[in-house]
Design a protein around this ligand. Sequence first.
Ligand SMILES: Nc1ncnc2c1ncn2[C@@H]1O[C@H](COP(=O)(O)OP(=O)(O)OP(=O)(O)O)[C@@H](O)[C@H]1O
Ligand SMILES: [Mg+2]
Length: 331
Amino acid sequence: MSAPVLAVRHLTKYFPCGTLGKSQQVHALEDASFELRPGQIIALVGESGSGKSTTARLIARLLPPTKGEIILHDQDVLKTEPRAVSLSYRSQVQMIFQDPFGSLNGVKTIGYHLERPLLLHRRIKDRRELQEKVHDLLAIVGLTPPAEMARKYPYQLSGGQRQRVALARALAVDPKVILADEPISMLDVSIRMGVLNLLAQLKEERGLAYLYITHDIASARYLADQTIVMYAGYMVEGAASDELMQEPAHPYTQLLLSAVPNPHAHERRTIEARGEVPSLVDPPPGCPFAARCPQVKSICHEVMPGITHLNDHHWTRCHLYEGEGNWQRST
Ligand SMILES: Nc1ncnc2c1ncn2[C@@H]1O[C@H](COP(=O)(O)OP(=O)(O)OP(=O)(O)O)[C@@H](O)[C@H]1O
Ligand SMILES: [Mg+2]
Protein backbone atom coordinates (compact mmCIF):
# COMPACT_ATOMS: atom_id res chain seq x y z
CA MET A 1 0.00 0.00 0.00
CA SER A 2 1.37 3.43 -0.92
CA ALA A 3 2.16 6.07 1.72
CA PRO A 4 -0.62 8.55 2.47
CA VAL A 5 -0.48 11.76 0.50
CA LEU A 6 -2.60 13.50 3.13
CA ALA A 7 -3.34 12.68 6.74
CA VAL A 8 -5.32 14.53 9.35
CA ARG A 9 -5.00 13.78 13.04
CA HIS A 10 -7.37 14.86 15.79
CA LEU A 11 -8.59 17.75 13.64
CA THR A 12 -11.02 19.90 15.60
CA LYS A 13 -12.88 23.11 14.88
CA TYR A 14 -14.88 25.21 17.33
CA PHE A 15 -16.50 28.39 16.04
CA PRO A 16 -17.00 31.08 18.65
CA CYS A 17 -20.59 32.21 18.93
CA GLY A 18 -21.69 34.59 21.65
CA THR A 19 -25.29 35.08 22.73
CA LEU A 20 -26.42 37.53 25.41
CA GLY A 21 -22.84 38.34 26.31
CA LYS A 22 -22.00 34.66 26.96
CA SER A 23 -19.10 33.25 25.04
CA GLN A 24 -20.04 29.91 23.54
CA GLN A 25 -18.62 27.64 20.90
CA VAL A 26 -20.10 25.65 18.04
CA HIS A 27 -18.35 22.26 18.06
CA ALA A 28 -18.38 21.80 14.28
CA LEU A 29 -15.65 19.14 14.11
CA GLU A 30 -14.31 16.94 16.89
CA ASP A 31 -11.17 14.85 16.82
CA ALA A 32 -11.23 13.78 13.16
CA SER A 33 -8.46 11.50 11.88
CA PHE A 34 -8.02 9.71 8.56
CA GLU A 35 -5.44 9.04 5.85
CA LEU A 36 -5.83 9.50 2.12
CA ARG A 37 -3.57 7.62 -0.30
CA PRO A 38 -2.79 8.38 -3.95
CA GLY A 39 -5.51 6.95 -6.20
CA GLN A 40 -7.93 6.63 -3.29
CA ILE A 41 -11.35 8.19 -2.85
CA ILE A 42 -12.81 8.65 0.60
CA ALA A 43 -16.44 9.74 0.84
CA LEU A 44 -17.72 11.77 3.78
CA VAL A 45 -21.43 11.26 4.34
CA GLY A 46 -23.79 12.48 7.02
CA GLU A 47 -26.74 14.74 7.52
CA SER A 48 -26.74 18.51 7.20
CA GLY A 49 -24.55 20.25 9.79
CA SER A 50 -22.53 17.13 10.65
CA GLY A 51 -19.23 18.84 9.83
CA LYS A 52 -18.45 17.62 6.31
CA SER A 53 -17.74 21.02 4.73
CA THR A 54 -15.88 22.18 7.82
CA THR A 55 -13.53 19.19 7.39
CA ALA A 56 -12.87 20.11 3.75
CA ARG A 57 -12.46 23.81 4.50
CA LEU A 58 -9.93 23.10 7.23
CA ILE A 59 -7.94 20.84 4.92
CA ALA A 60 -8.12 23.44 2.13
CA ARG A 61 -6.80 25.88 4.74
CA LEU A 62 -9.67 28.25 4.22
CA LEU A 63 -10.13 28.08 8.00
CA PRO A 64 -7.63 27.61 10.82
CA PRO A 65 -8.29 24.55 13.01
CA THR A 66 -8.77 24.80 16.76
CA LYS A 67 -6.61 21.69 17.27
CA GLY A 68 -5.05 18.90 15.28
CA GLU A 69 -2.60 18.21 12.49
CA ILE A 70 -2.78 18.29 8.70
CA ILE A 71 0.05 16.29 7.19
CA LEU A 72 0.89 16.51 3.50
CA HIS A 73 3.66 14.13 2.40
CA ASP A 74 4.89 13.69 5.98
CA GLN A 75 5.02 17.42 6.66
CA ASP A 76 2.80 18.99 9.30
CA VAL A 77 1.62 21.96 7.28
CA LEU A 78 0.24 23.83 10.28
CA LYS A 79 3.67 23.94 11.89
CA THR A 80 5.33 25.37 8.79
CA GLU A 81 5.48 29.10 8.26
CA PRO A 82 2.13 29.88 6.60
CA ARG A 83 3.46 32.02 3.74
CA ALA A 84 6.14 29.55 2.73
CA VAL A 85 3.76 26.63 2.55
CA SER A 86 0.81 28.45 1.13
CA LEU A 87 1.37 28.49 -2.64
CA SER A 88 2.84 25.00 -2.81
CA TYR A 89 0.13 23.60 -0.50
CA ARG A 90 -2.63 25.19 -2.51
CA SER A 91 -1.26 23.76 -5.72
CA GLN A 92 -1.25 20.27 -4.20
CA VAL A 93 -4.62 20.43 -2.45
CA GLN A 94 -7.45 21.88 -4.50
CA MET A 95 -11.11 22.27 -3.65
CA ILE A 96 -14.18 22.18 -5.85
CA PHE A 97 -17.53 23.37 -4.61
CA GLN A 98 -21.18 22.53 -4.91
CA ASP A 99 -22.12 25.57 -6.98
CA PRO A 100 -19.92 25.83 -10.07
CA PHE A 101 -21.63 29.07 -11.13
CA GLY A 102 -20.80 30.76 -7.84
CA SER A 103 -17.14 29.85 -8.17
CA LEU A 104 -16.76 31.29 -11.69
CA ASN A 105 -16.58 34.97 -12.62
CA GLY A 106 -19.52 35.74 -14.93
CA VAL A 107 -17.76 38.45 -16.93
CA LYS A 108 -14.63 36.43 -17.72
CA THR A 109 -14.20 33.76 -20.40
CA ILE A 110 -13.60 30.10 -19.60
CA GLY A 111 -10.10 30.51 -21.05
CA TYR A 112 -9.36 33.30 -18.56
CA HIS A 113 -10.38 31.08 -15.63
CA LEU A 114 -7.82 28.47 -16.66
CA GLU A 115 -5.02 30.88 -17.59
CA ARG A 116 -4.88 32.43 -14.15
CA PRO A 117 -3.84 29.36 -12.15
CA LEU A 118 -1.47 28.30 -14.93
CA LEU A 119 0.31 31.65 -14.79
CA LEU A 120 0.40 31.66 -11.00
CA HIS A 121 1.61 28.11 -10.42
CA ARG A 122 3.37 26.89 -13.56
CA ARG A 123 6.31 28.11 -15.61
CA ILE A 124 4.75 29.14 -18.89
CA LYS A 125 7.10 30.36 -21.67
CA ASP A 126 4.79 32.31 -23.89
CA ARG A 127 1.23 33.01 -24.96
CA ARG A 128 1.20 30.04 -27.32
CA GLU A 129 2.14 27.55 -24.59
CA LEU A 130 -0.48 29.08 -22.33
CA GLN A 131 -3.15 28.57 -24.96
CA GLU A 132 -2.05 24.97 -25.55
CA LYS A 133 -2.24 24.19 -21.86
CA VAL A 134 -5.73 25.75 -21.60
CA HIS A 135 -6.89 23.64 -24.54
CA ASP A 136 -5.33 20.50 -23.06
CA LEU A 137 -7.18 21.06 -19.79
CA LEU A 138 -10.50 21.58 -21.56
CA ALA A 139 -9.99 18.39 -23.57
CA ILE A 140 -9.12 16.42 -20.40
CA VAL A 141 -12.44 17.33 -18.80
CA GLY A 142 -14.35 16.62 -22.00
CA LEU A 143 -15.11 20.21 -23.04
CA THR A 144 -14.62 20.17 -26.79
CA PRO A 145 -13.84 21.71 -29.19
CA PRO A 146 -11.45 23.39 -26.72
CA ALA A 147 -10.80 26.56 -28.73
CA GLU A 148 -14.50 27.28 -28.93
CA MET A 149 -15.09 26.43 -25.26
CA ALA A 150 -12.25 28.72 -24.15
CA ARG A 151 -14.01 31.73 -25.73
CA LYS A 152 -17.33 31.11 -23.98
CA TYR A 153 -18.63 32.72 -20.79
CA PRO A 154 -19.94 30.77 -17.78
CA TYR A 155 -23.59 31.64 -18.52
CA GLN A 156 -23.27 29.98 -21.94
CA LEU A 157 -22.52 26.60 -20.36
CA SER A 158 -24.74 24.02 -18.67
CA GLY A 159 -24.30 23.22 -14.95
CA GLY A 160 -22.39 20.05 -15.78
CA GLN A 161 -20.09 21.92 -18.17
CA ARG A 162 -19.44 24.58 -15.54
CA GLN A 163 -18.50 21.92 -13.00
CA ARG A 164 -16.10 20.51 -15.61
CA VAL A 165 -14.53 23.98 -15.90
CA ALA A 166 -14.14 24.09 -12.11
CA LEU A 167 -12.44 20.70 -12.28
CA ALA A 168 -10.16 21.83 -15.15
CA ARG A 169 -9.20 24.87 -13.11
CA ALA A 170 -8.32 22.64 -10.15
CA LEU A 171 -6.26 20.37 -12.44
CA ALA A 172 -4.37 23.37 -13.89
CA VAL A 173 -2.03 23.40 -10.89
CA ASP A 174 -1.36 19.64 -11.02
CA PRO A 175 -2.83 18.79 -7.60
CA LYS A 176 -2.38 15.57 -5.66
CA VAL A 177 -5.57 15.88 -3.61
CA ILE A 178 -8.98 17.19 -4.60
CA LEU A 179 -11.54 18.11 -1.98
CA ALA A 180 -14.91 17.87 -3.72
CA ASP A 181 -17.73 19.29 -1.61
CA GLU A 182 -21.00 17.95 -3.04
CA PRO A 183 -19.76 18.47 -6.61
CA ILE A 184 -22.81 16.93 -8.28
CA SER A 185 -25.64 17.83 -5.93
CA MET A 186 -26.68 20.94 -7.87
CA LEU A 187 -26.47 19.24 -11.24
CA ASP A 188 -29.30 17.77 -13.22
CA VAL A 189 -29.69 14.10 -12.34
CA SER A 190 -29.11 13.12 -15.98
CA ILE A 191 -25.59 14.60 -16.07
CA ARG A 192 -24.39 13.60 -12.60
CA MET A 193 -23.12 10.25 -13.79
CA GLY A 194 -20.93 11.88 -16.45
CA VAL A 195 -19.21 14.07 -13.85
CA LEU A 196 -18.78 11.14 -11.42
CA ASN A 197 -17.23 9.05 -14.18
CA LEU A 198 -14.88 11.89 -15.06
CA LEU A 199 -13.75 12.08 -11.42
CA ALA A 200 -13.14 8.32 -11.41
CA GLN A 201 -11.26 8.44 -14.71
CA LEU A 202 -8.98 11.27 -13.53
CA LYS A 203 -8.25 9.35 -10.36
CA GLU A 204 -7.10 6.36 -12.43
CA GLU A 205 -5.11 8.34 -14.97
CA ARG A 206 -3.41 10.75 -12.58
CA GLY A 207 -3.32 8.88 -9.29
CA LEU A 208 -5.35 11.69 -7.71
CA ALA A 209 -6.79 11.30 -4.24
CA TYR A 210 -10.22 12.72 -3.42
CA LEU A 211 -12.19 13.59 -0.37
CA TYR A 212 -15.68 13.31 -1.81
CA ILE A 213 -18.43 14.94 0.25
CA THR A 214 -21.98 13.91 -0.44
CA HIS A 215 -25.47 13.41 0.94
CA ASP A 216 -25.99 10.70 -1.63
CA ILE A 217 -24.99 7.32 -0.22
CA ALA A 218 -25.41 5.63 -3.59
CA SER A 219 -22.82 7.91 -5.21
CA ALA A 220 -20.44 7.31 -2.29
CA ARG A 221 -20.73 3.59 -2.88
CA TYR A 222 -20.27 4.01 -6.61
CA LEU A 223 -17.24 6.29 -6.46
CA ALA A 224 -15.45 5.88 -3.14
CA ASP A 225 -13.15 3.11 -1.95
CA GLN A 226 -13.88 4.06 1.63
CA THR A 227 -16.74 5.87 3.27
CA ILE A 228 -16.68 7.75 6.56
CA VAL A 229 -19.94 8.61 8.30
CA MET A 230 -20.22 11.85 10.27
CA TYR A 231 -22.69 12.75 12.97
CA ALA A 232 -22.78 16.04 14.91
CA GLY A 233 -19.12 16.84 14.28
CA TYR A 234 -17.77 13.33 14.91
CA MET A 235 -16.56 10.73 12.45
CA VAL A 236 -18.51 7.78 13.86
CA GLU A 237 -17.74 4.96 11.43
CA GLY A 238 -15.42 4.26 8.52
CA ALA A 239 -14.97 1.25 6.27
CA ALA A 240 -14.53 0.06 2.71
CA SER A 241 -17.65 1.49 1.06
CA ASP A 242 -19.22 -1.90 0.22
CA GLU A 243 -18.66 -3.26 3.70
CA LEU A 244 -20.02 -0.12 5.34
CA MET A 245 -23.20 -0.29 3.29
CA GLN A 246 -23.69 -4.04 3.77
CA GLU A 247 -22.65 -4.34 7.40
CA PRO A 248 -23.04 -0.98 9.09
CA ALA A 249 -21.98 -1.19 12.72
CA HIS A 250 -22.88 2.17 14.26
CA PRO A 251 -26.59 2.65 15.02
CA TYR A 252 -26.47 6.02 13.24
CA THR A 253 -25.08 4.45 10.06
CA GLN A 254 -27.83 1.85 10.28
CA LEU A 255 -30.38 4.65 10.57
CA LEU A 256 -28.86 6.53 7.64
CA LEU A 257 -28.89 3.43 5.46
CA SER A 258 -32.41 2.48 6.43
CA ALA A 259 -33.58 5.48 4.42
CA VAL A 260 -31.82 4.15 1.30
CA PRO A 261 -33.16 1.08 -0.49
CA ASN A 262 -30.23 -1.34 -0.69
CA PRO A 263 -30.46 -3.75 -3.63
CA HIS A 264 -27.82 -6.02 -2.07
CA ALA A 265 -29.55 -6.44 1.27
CA HIS A 266 -32.08 -9.25 1.69
CA GLU A 267 -34.40 -7.00 3.56
CA ARG A 268 -34.61 -3.29 3.99
CA ARG A 269 -33.12 -2.24 7.26
CA THR A 270 -35.34 -0.10 9.38
CA ILE A 271 -34.52 1.41 12.67
CA GLU A 272 -36.60 3.54 14.93
CA ALA A 273 -35.18 7.00 15.53
CA ARG A 274 -36.00 8.92 18.67
CA GLY A 275 -35.07 12.47 19.61
CA GLU A 276 -33.57 15.37 17.72
CA VAL A 277 -30.15 16.18 16.31
CA PRO A 278 -28.29 17.68 19.29
CA SER A 279 -27.16 21.29 19.44
CA LEU A 280 -23.50 21.76 18.63
CA VAL A 281 -23.23 24.76 20.97
CA ASP A 282 -21.23 23.64 24.01
CA PRO A 283 -22.60 20.09 23.76
CA PRO A 284 -22.90 17.91 26.90
CA PRO A 285 -20.46 15.00 27.36
CA GLY A 286 -21.21 11.60 25.90
CA CYS A 287 -22.11 10.36 22.45
CA PRO A 288 -24.10 12.95 20.45
CA PHE A 289 -26.28 10.19 19.02
CA ALA A 290 -27.33 8.93 22.47
CA ALA A 291 -30.63 10.83 22.47
CA ARG A 292 -31.71 9.15 19.22
CA CYS A 293 -30.05 5.77 19.60
CA PRO A 294 -32.33 2.75 19.96
CA GLN A 295 -29.49 0.79 21.61
CA VAL A 296 -28.43 3.49 24.06
CA LYS A 297 -26.72 2.49 27.35
CA SER A 298 -26.19 4.69 30.39
CA ILE A 299 -22.48 5.20 29.64
CA CYS A 300 -23.43 6.72 26.26
CA HIS A 301 -24.76 9.83 28.03
CA GLU A 302 -21.52 10.24 29.96
CA VAL A 303 -18.50 9.36 27.81
CA MET A 304 -17.79 9.71 24.12
CA PRO A 305 -16.50 6.33 22.98
CA GLY A 306 -13.03 6.00 21.43
CA ILE A 307 -12.38 4.25 18.15
CA THR A 308 -12.86 0.47 18.03
CA HIS A 309 -11.33 -1.41 15.08
CA LEU A 310 -13.74 -4.12 13.95
CA ASN A 311 -11.22 -5.34 11.36
CA ASP A 312 -8.29 -3.88 9.39
CA HIS A 313 -10.47 -1.55 7.36
CA HIS A 314 -13.58 -1.05 9.46
CA TRP A 315 -13.79 1.05 12.62
CA THR A 316 -16.48 2.74 14.65
CA ARG A 317 -16.94 4.99 17.67
CA CYS A 318 -19.65 3.28 19.68
CA HIS A 319 -19.85 1.77 23.18
CA LEU A 320 -21.69 -1.27 21.80
CA TYR A 321 -18.46 -2.58 20.33
CA GLU A 322 -16.00 -1.69 23.05
CA GLY A 323 -14.12 -4.43 24.86
CA GLU A 324 -15.66 -7.34 22.97
CA GLY A 325 -14.04 -10.17 20.99
CA ASN A 326 -10.84 -9.33 19.16
CA TRP A 327 -11.83 -5.74 18.59
CA GLN A 328 -9.09 -3.37 19.50
CA ARG A 329 -9.55 0.08 20.86
CA SER A 330 -7.36 3.01 19.88
CA THR A 331 -7.44 6.67 20.70
N1 LIG B 1 -18.32 30.14 10.06
C1 LIG B 1 -19.09 29.50 10.94
N2 LIG B 1 -19.45 30.05 12.11
C2 LIG B 1 -20.21 29.40 13.00
N3 LIG B 1 -20.68 28.15 12.82
C3 LIG B 1 -20.37 27.53 11.66
C4 LIG B 1 -19.57 28.16 10.65
N4 LIG B 1 -19.42 27.30 9.61
C5 LIG B 1 -20.11 26.18 9.95
N5 LIG B 1 -20.67 26.32 11.17
C6 LIG B 1 -21.48 25.32 11.88
O1 LIG B 1 -20.73 24.13 11.96
C7 LIG B 1 -21.57 23.00 11.82
C8 LIG B 1 -21.07 22.12 10.71
O2 LIG B 1 -21.27 22.78 9.47
P1 LIG B 1 -20.82 22.18 8.07
O3 LIG B 1 -21.04 23.24 7.05
O4 LIG B 1 -19.45 21.62 8.20
O5 LIG B 1 -21.86 20.99 7.88
P2 LIG B 1 -22.10 20.04 6.61
O6 LIG B 1 -21.98 18.63 7.09
O7 LIG B 1 -21.22 20.45 5.48
O8 LIG B 1 -23.63 20.33 6.28
P3 LIG B 1 -24.38 20.39 4.85
O9 LIG B 1 -24.66 18.95 4.51
O10 LIG B 1 -25.62 21.15 5.15
O11 LIG B 1 -23.49 21.08 3.86
C9 LIG B 1 -22.98 23.55 11.60
O12 LIG B 1 -23.65 23.57 12.83
C10 LIG B 1 -22.72 24.94 11.11
O13 LIG B 1 -23.80 25.79 11.45
MG1 LIG C 1 -21.60 21.21 3.59
